[in-house]
Design a protein around this ligand. Sequence first.
Ligand SMILES: [Ca+2]
Ligand SMILES: [Ca+2]
Length: 211
Amino acid sequence: MKTLTYVSIIGAASFVLSGMTHAATITFDDIAPTSNAIQTAVTSDGFNFAGDHFHIIDTFDSRLVSSGSNYLSAEDAADLGKSVTMTHAGGSLFNLIGLDVGELWLPGESLNDFSDVLLTGNQFGGGVLSTTIRLDGIRDGVGGLNDFQSVAIGWTNLVSVTITGVDSSGGFGDYSIDSISVSLVPEPETYALLLAGLGVVGAFARRRTVS
Ligand SMILES: [Ca+2]
Ligand SMILES: [Ca+2]
């Protein structure tokens, strides 16, 4: 009986913890497409994105890649493309599980300007992580081939992640991102409260077993 009680308490705790770290996807589908209007700050699915020159678009132009839904594109327009930095809107630490990355322009477009997508992760405590994703060059616009490639990342305890496009000569290049898979890192106080709660329940269970 006592064992059963503890098992159920541990089960409940595991359920609560797994719920708190539940993965979520940032889709940009909760933002109205901005077409050519330059964006510098948007919030999607609880995360802030800030930069100098980007757009939230669903292929409004036949020269662009497509994911079949809204995505974020940063352009190297007059050296304005640069980086976009994502943070949790509520200030929580987060884990970056993976994301979809793509080019911006289709083959034959004179504005074609891509090579790699550089990700830099700033961790709580000062750690800096980075990885470079080589864009696959596969892009055909709406329908047909999937213009976006899915990339697993697996970074934890992040304060922010900065995304930068790199062109073939090492300058800023165009890129697109979508379907960013994240989970939030529970606050230490949340664990403390949960453990305190377990202590109370455990004490109650013990008392009940004795009486
Ligand atoms: Ca989307
Ligand atoms: Ca591609």
